[in-house]
Design a protein around this ligand. Structure first.
Ligand code: FAD
Ligand code: NAG
Ligand code: NAG
Ligand code: NAG
Ligand code: NAG
Ligand code: NAG
Ligand code: NAG
Ligand code: NAG
Length: 532
């Protein structure tokens, strides 16, 4: 062994002496010789010369991988910026953890072509990248990257409706408010997020629970076509008719395994005003709230316009532990019959009213008390059952109570509906990757959303949160009410979401990955999110 190393070292030195030019060989040399081999078109004289200068600079200053990448990007593209520039303005994120991460450089892309060049440069230089749509992932590196290339989709902000009002083309950098503010005045909507600031990209690629899911399924079930930049820089469309396997995989498989989506073509429908908002309740009403929700999930197929989630949490402004309901109805009708039971529960206060999707989304937008806190998401799924849910509310109360002294603590969790009508709509267009069938339902997705002020408390809060989830899952298992599904958009990075889709989906996803990213570009160079 030692002998081999010695021999290799000798050989290396030997080569260095024999061919001095080899020592200065850079990533640029091959690129300049045959750009097309690396996916680029041939460079014009000016750019060719700039790259040659960069090559010499890179040798003289011993550039790192990402210094090479950023310098090359700055030659090839406009709107490449770097945190060492005085006028650099960092992007805003939903969580503090993501804001603390600083890229080597950022590319504000405005076309699929710009994304393509950026991926090619990343692979050429071996400098990793991250992609940011609405920036609502909670953990560091989810849509940010330390010392790598940050691809900011915000300038991909088109929203346009076709002439027969059935397809909305939506750039991948929009947030949901951007979409609704264009479509609302046209009397049109799409199956999208409930909160204004959440991004189109992440929500649609991981699933997408919407007020309209009872009628149409999740967001991913209503994407008619994706414009995607593949690992090799090629720009393709994926629909039931073109690249059908990729189309299937993007419906819940996350963009971070297959390609970067530059545009979503969404199924659009006529939609006037709707009813929605939040109702807040004293803690004493927790059991009746659960009973109402459990009954709602069973009743939901009878009225596809209806939507309901419930939530429990602790917040000083709410007077301590409290319950919340988020009912919505896809027509301009208050207190529809299906909410009869809910309407009987006495409220602390009530924000429900008839409004446009955009207005409702802004009302639900990130409230002040959850800002500037460390955030964490986590999720599990159960067979919908009121006995189980009531006990889980009890476990939450115990575990949250243990850490109430943590500064700025806002522990919340919600039960979200997966009624059988929603699952039925997931089967259209060849089905999605989530691996759910009507026989699985009705299910309840439980998602946790805890905020607190100081990273010093991370350990304690995470421990309480983990205990809460662990005890809830153990209880569900003991009652035979557990379910494998883990909703990607509410999961933390250590959760094995793809196994939760079931073996059949998992196997097929891997086949699609092999076909569209055979050299593992996304796996190697985009580290921060769920990987197959
Ligand atoms: C306050 C809040 C409200 C929420 N409300 C809902 C809700 O109503 N319904 C629901 O289902 N979920 C909801 N979620 C969960 C939400 O769907 C996820 O957090 C989602 O990932 C956010 O998407 P984003 O674009 O904002 O995040 P980002 O962090 O920008 O993106 C998430 C991941 O997707 C990747 N990605 C994004 N765009 C693309 C693209 N175009 N191509 C390839 N990869 C891409 C990113 O690289 C990143 O890894 C909510 C979350 C929060 C924090
Ligand atoms: C290699 O780099 C060194 C140091 O920058 C320089 O002196 C030398 O001329 C370079 N050789 C070639 C072939 O570019
Ligand atoms: C780069 O360096 C080489 C050798 O050191 C030199 O011949 C060449 O002119 C330089 N190119 C540019 C564009 O500066
Ligand atoms: C560069 O960014 C500016 C400001 O965001 C934008 O108006 C412009 O269109 C961008 N140019 C390109 C080529 O993306
Ligand atoms: C939503 O909230 C975020 C964070 O507070 C804010 O930056 C954004 O402007 C809000 N969006 C809308 C449409 O109100
Ligand atoms: C990415 O780079 C690797 C070498 O690091 C190469 O083998 C692979 O072919 C490249 N992939 C693509 C899609 O260009
Ligand atoms: C709807 O029900 C709530 C709760 O019972 C009640 O406060 C409100 O007045 C009702 N609104 C209408 C329009 O009936
Ligand atoms: C809920 O689960 C409990 C415990 O397994 C069971 O006894 C009960 O019948 C279930 N309730 C419903 C409505 O299925």
């Amino acid at each position: 062994m030692q002998c081999n190393v010695f021999f290799l070292a000798l050989l290396g030195i030997g080569l260095g002496i024999a061919f001095p030019q080899q020592a200065n060989r850079t990533v640029y040399d091959d690129l300049l010789t045959s750009p097309t081999e690396y996916g680029f078109r041939s460079f014009n004289r000016k750019i060719d010369n700039q790259i040659r200068q960069l090559r010499n600079e890179s040798i003289a200053k011993s550039y790192s991988k990402c210094q090479n990448a950023c310098a090359l990007l700055a030659i090839l593209l406009t709107n490449v910026s770097s945190p060492n520039q005085l006028d650099y303005r960092p992007l805003q994120y939903w969580s503090v953890q993501q804001s603390e991460v600083t890229p080597a450089c950022r590319v504000d892309v405005s076309s699929a072509k710009m994304i393509s060049s950026t991926i090619l440069v990343s692979n050429l230089t071996n400098c990793p990248f991250a992609v940011r749509s609405g920036g609502h992932t909670s953990w560091a590196g989810g849509s940010s990257i330390q010392d790598g290339i940050l691809i900011n989709l915000a300038n991909l902000n088109m929203v346009s409706l076709n002439s027969d009002r059935t397809v909305a083309k939506v750039g991948a950098g929009n947030n949901w408010y951007d979409v609704y503010k264009v479509l609302d005045p046209l009397g049109i909507s799409v199956v999208g997020g409930r909160e204004a600031g959440v991004g189109v990209g992440g929500l649609l690629l991981g699933g997408g629970i919407s007020y309209f899911s009872g009628r149409y399924g999740w967001g991913c079930d209503n994407v008619l076509n994706y414009e995607v930049v593949l690992a090799n820089g090629k720009i393709v469309n994926a629909s039931p008719y073109r690249n059908a396997a990729l189309y299937w995989a993007l419906r819940g498989g996350s963009g971070t395994n297959f390609g970067i989506v530059s545009r979503f073509d969404l199924g659009a429908f006529e939609q006037g005003l709707l009813w929605g908002g939040n109702r807040f309740y004293l803690w004493d009403n927790k059991d009746v709230l659960v009973d109402t929700f459990a009954k709602f999930i069973v009743d939901a197929p009878m009225d596809e316009f209806a939507h309901l989630y419930i939530s429990f949490g602790y917040n000083i402004q709410l007077g301590g532990f409290a319950g919340i309901a988020g009912p919505a109805y896809g027509r301009a009708i208050s207190n529809a019959t299906i909410f009869e039971d809910l309407n009987k529960i006495p409220v602390l206060f009530d924000t429900t009213h008839i409004a446009s999707m955009g207005v409702l989304a802004v009302e639900l937008n990130q409230t002040d008390f959850l800002r500037k806190v460390e955030e964490i998401f986590k999720t599990v799924t159960f067979k919908s059952n009121s006995t189980l849910m009531k006990k889980i509310v009890g476990i939450f109360h115990e575990e949250a109570s243990n850490v109430l002294d943590v500064t700025g603590l806002n522990p919340f969790f919600a039960f979200q509906p997966l009624s059988v009508n929603i699952i039925a709509h997931m089967q259209k267009n060849g089905g999605n990757v989530l691996g759910l069938s009507e026989a699985d339902g009705p299910l309840t997705i439980m998602n946790l959303n805890w905020g607190w002020a100081n990273s010093a408390d991370d350990g304690r809060v995470n421990a309480a949160l983990d205990r809460f989830v662990f005890r809830s899952v153990e209880l569900a298992k003991s009652l035979n009410l557990d379910h494998r599904f883990i909703y990607l958009n509410y999961a933390t990075l250590d959760q094995d979401v793809f196994s939760g889709y079931g073996q059949k989906s998992l196997t097929r996803l891997k086949v699609v990955q092999k076909k569209y990213d055979p050299t593992g570009v996304f796996k190697r160079l985009q580290p921060g999110y769920f990987k197959l």
